[in-house]
Design a protein. Structure first.
Length: 347
């Protein structure tokens, strides 16, 4: 369909007015107005990050073999129906999870045209508790949340990205040419949020850090500041867009993260393309699909709706440079998917 811009309209109207013929001008201007309405581009319609079609997406399970570390990483990839190169969003699971958690995210993002790559981190996945006696599971989980697994995780991300680059350029691979690796987003929940923070801009007192410059935007679900150190020094040099998502009841006995630690990240970030959503009464597992034992609040179905909407708009804005998405996420329209007590702020 033809796009009829305001600039074009003004130019044609100006030319007609210079003719100074009232009849011609009147008829022509009415014709232009009708034409403008008829050919207005689809982009002028209201932006809706929840809009998807019924197309069936493709799911592919693969293994990344990191020879340098003798480590194998299972991944689950959600592919959109369109086979042209698409922006990529990685997702890192929380402690005790797998590549198959948060399927609602992978399916929606793929239906919106993204390649969703869901990582599994051996050593901090379901192997921690699966064959462990119930009485010993909490101790095993706390141990798995330590420094060693953190270091494994932050190295898993570049290993997966390196492998994706190889597969994307291999003519005989199922993923050949399917990924736009110049536009990569990173996301994660809980321990996966810590992983995402580390590879997308967080600073550390010692060493150069773990930032991977291939990542262009990041979304953290249940983020947290470090247990020690200055939050401003940890997050004050973040260069890319960040989206933080948490809930008013988002606590976890693992790592002893409380709401103070969750909410301290946003104030420490520099201004410019930074966002925070705090869902009312959302508990730690609100960002996953299965409630955790002992949770008190009944799951609110609008939480997933809000999570899908704001994350999708965030990817559209910063991986596709979609002006409508940027306007939606930075303006008042985002409130349309939130409930009254939910908190949303930008800077």
């Amino acid at each position: 369909m033809l796009a009829f811009s305001s600039e074009t309209f003004a130019l044609v109207a100006g030319c007609l007015l210079e003719r100074r013929c009232p009849i011609i001008v009147g008829v022509a201007m009415k014709t232009l107005l009708v034409f403008a309405c008829l050919v207005a581009p689809a982009a002028a319609a209201d932006y809706d990050p929840l809009l998807v079609d019924d197309a069936k997406i493709e799911k592919v399970e693969l293994t990344v073999k990191d020879a340098k570390r003798s480590r194998e990483l299972p991944i689950l990839i959600y592919l959109p129906k369109d086979k042209k190169p698409a922006a990529v969003v990685l997702c890192s699971h929380g402690l005790g999870g797998t590549r198959k958690v948060c399927a609602y995210l992978g399916e929606h993002w793929a239906k919106r045209g993204y390649v969703g790559v869901f990582l599994q981190h051996p050593g901090s996945d379901d192997s921690v508790w699966k064959d462990t006696p119930i009485a010993q599971r909490m101790a095993a989980m706390k141990k798995a949340a330590g420094f060693d697994n953190f270091m494994l995780r932050v190295a898993d991300v570049p290993a997966v990205l390196d492998q994706l680059e190889q597969w994307n350029g291999s003519k005989d691979h199922a993923l050949s040419g399917r990924m736009d690796l110049k536009h990569i987003g990173m996301s994660g929940h809980s321990f996966g949020a810590n992983t995402t923070q580390a590879v997308s801009g967080q600073s550390y007192p010692i060493g150069k850090g773990f930032t991977d410059l291939r990542i262009k935007a990041a979304a953290m679900m249940s983020p947290a500041v470090p247990a020690r150190g200055d939050a401003a020094k940890s997050f004050g040099n973040v260069k890319i867009p960040w989206l933080l998502l948490t809930g008013t009841h988002d606590t976890s006995p693992i790592g002893e993260a409380d709401m103070k630690a969750r909410l301290a990240v946003y104030p420490a970030l520099p201004t410019g393309d930074k966002f925070e959503l705090v869902l009312d009464k959302a508990e730690h597992s609100a960002f996953t699909e299965v409630p955790l034992p002992g949770e008190k609040e009944k799951r609110n179905p609008n939480h997933h709706k809000a999570i899908l909407a704001v994350t999708t708009a965030f990817w559209d804005a910063y991986l596709r440079d979609d002006a409508a998405a940027k306007s939606w996420i930075a303006g008042d329209k985002v409130r349309g998917v939130l409930e009254k007590a939910d908190r949303w702020q930008t800077k």
